[in-house]
Ligand binder design. Structure first.
Ligand code: SAH
Length: 391
């Protein structure tokens, strides 16, 4: 008979990033074994692994101390020393008079650990060695170099899986935390690694979501902040980056925004200069929206309306279309309506500025209005590339 192990053993990978800095204070002639013994017990006490050591640090006066150099050589890490003045400027939990008298700073181990790691907190405060039968000749303290977090702002495209970019897929797999609206998280849940943390929130929590994504990245995590279409278009990128400092890395992954996805369905409506306008007056006063619609009308731009109409906001779209109609030949101007583009309930229609029925428009829809040169050709919405072609 062959014994089958009850728990199959899977290969495990452990990573030891070089993140730990041990500050060392040493009396003249401190033996390497004493320093090594102290570092060993200090790390063990804190549950840390010597394979994650980055460097030993100390004060300039100890730069040639043989025991310190031998200990570092044994551990395979460099020694970095600071001047007494640099160390004296660091606030530490346990300053003392002895090093102040000997080398001119109230702390060597703690101050050197913090300075070397560029950290503000110690993982382990100062410890003394405990040699048998004589006074301790070494002290050590441990700090961790702060990790630099990464915030990926990832556009998921309009819905269909094959309109999600390869780069977006890579970022989703790379992340250890996903932050986004619950419906978008559901859209890509199968692409996530097992065990990844998901922070899904409901509609309306945009600012909170942005802040939470940035905070997690500041803690050193790899965060993916997701949004439909392009995450920078009427979405999370700007509230997040308005909060983010230079202390995190940020990468953006572009996505196919609704206007582009709709355009390919409708024909070629964006062949000349065009603009997007959101009709949501949740964040923008209506007077501002109206001024922009008017400017687009006068400038003869093709206009795509995002957030065009909801149950609570039903008069804005007809009003915006009326403004455009003042500057267009309404019966001859094509208008495209595209709903749930690339999703199972996708629907679209090419109509005109004169005969558009607003009740066919909802919040899952974009509406694209042509310029004075746009035409319907064989049922498709076409905006010629140059005014020269009109003649
Ligand atoms: N970041 C998104 C836009 C968010 S604003 C993007 O780049 O596409 C939300 C509005 O986008 C909706 O009210 C709707 O007008 C539009 N929208 C988003 N996805 C859409 C889709 N698949 N089909 C049609 N319109 C869509």
């Amino acid at each position: 008979a062959v014994a089958v192990p009850a728990v199959p053993t899977a290969p495990t990978v452990r990573l030891f990033p070089p993140s730990l800095v041990v500050g060392v204070g040493a009396s003249k002639g401190a033996p390497a074994e004493e320093i090594l013994g102290l570092i060993g017990t200090a790390l063990a006490e804190a549950g840390l692994d010597a394979r994650s050591l980055h460097s030993l640090t100390s004060v300039d006066a100890k730069a040639d101390e043989p025991g310190l150099l031998a200990a570092a050589a044994e551990l395979g890490v460099p020694v970095r020393c600071f001047t007494a003045d640099e160390l004296a400027a660091v606030t530490v939990p346990n300053p003392s008079d002895a090093p102040l008298a000997a080398v001119g700073t109230p702390s060597v181990a703690e101050a050197a650990a913090l300075l070397g790691a560029q950290a503000t907190e110690l993982l382990l405060p100062k410890r003394k060695s405990a040699p048998e039968g004589r006074a301790a000749m070494a002290t050590a303290a441990v700090a961790r170099r702060p990790v630099r977090g990464r915030l990926a702002i990832v556009g998921l495209g309009p819905g269909a899986r094959d309109l999600l970019t390869e780069r977006a897929r890579t970022e989703l797999r790379r992340a250890s935390v996903i932050v986004g609206l619950d419906q978008y998280v559901d859209q890509i849940r199968d692409l996530l690694r097992p065990g990844v943390r998901v922070e899904a929130t409901g509609l309306g929590a945009e600012e909170e979501r942005a802040r939470s994504a940035v905070r997690l990245a500041q803690q050193g995590l790899a965060v993916a902040l997701i949004g439909s279409g392009d995450a920078g278009v009427y979405a999370m990128a700007s509230p997040a980056l308005a909060e983010a400092g230079a202390d995190i890395d940020v990468v953006g992954v572009p996505g196919v925004t609704a206007a582009m996805a709709a355009a390919s369905l409708l024909g070629a409506p964006l062949g000349h200069d065009h603009v997007s306008i959101s009709l949501s007056d949740l964040h923008t006063p209506w007077e501002v929206i109206e001024r922009r619609v008017r400017a687009a009308a006068e400038a003869d731009l093709v206009v795509t309306f995002y957030n065009p109409r909801s149950r609570a906001r039903d008069w804005q779209l007809p009003k915006a279309l009326a403004i455009l109609a003042e500057h267009r030949d309404a019966p001859a101007t094509p208008v495209g309506i595209a709903r749930s583009v690339s999703r199972p309930d996708e629907w679209h229609k090419v109509t005109t500025l004169a005969s558009l029925d607003p009740t066919e428009v909802d919040m899952f829809t974009v509406v694209t209005v042509g310029n004075t040169a746009s035409r319907e050709v064989a049922g498709r919405f076409v905006t010629p590339r140059g005014y020269r072609w009109q003649v």
